[in-house]
Ligand binder design. Structure first.
Ligand SMILES: [Zn+2]
Length: 156
């Protein structure tokens, strides 16, 4: 068989496949899910091998993912989970409250009174049960934001 015929045959197969998939969406979805479930280890092993053989591509993919909106959310949730931390119970601090708070402080750090970019500092750290509410937040510069090691990603 010539390579042109071979190419045509493959193309025809792809077209037929695409038609079948669009005509049988539900079924294909279920079958795929079942197959994936049954071959979880095999899939994982194959992905692992691919990653080992393609370190540059793997890094590029991870980079793109970690900089995407979805990736950031998923990764930060994973980080919270990894550290065994829980999201805070109370969380009613709004963006307007934060802007007003910074205005009242004259744009200065609550601790050192310097005019620097301000971050929310939780007086009682979130990991120690503090809340993400106005009474527990002060504006602080990065270096004064004491609870660095105890930073918690908010899920609210
Ligand atoms: Zn400061």
């Amino acid at each position: 068989m010539s390579s042109l015929n071979e190419g045509n045959r493959r193309l025809a197969h792809r077209v037929a496949q695409a038609k079948y998939i669009s005509a049988n969406k539900e079924r294909v979805r279920t079958n795929t899910a079942t197959w994936r479930e049954a071959n979880r280890l095999r899939i994982r092993k194959r992905q692992q091998e691919w990653r080992e053989n393609n370190p540059d591509k793997t890094r590029a993919i991870a980079f793109r993912w970690s900089h995407s909106t979805r990736g950031k959310t998923v990764n930060s949730r994973a980080k919270v989970k990894r550290r065994g931390l829980l999201a805070v119970a109370r969380c009613d601090f709004t963006g307007e409250q934060w802007e007003a708070m910074k205005r009242r402080a004259g744009g200065r750090c609550y601790y050192c009174h310097r005019r620097l970019p301000l971050e929310m500092d939780h007086v009682i750290p979130l990991v120690e049960g503090g809340n993400h509410t106005e009474s527990n937040i002060v504006p602080a510069c990065r270096s004064c934001n004491a609870s660095k090691g105890k930073k918690l990603v908010l899920l609210c």
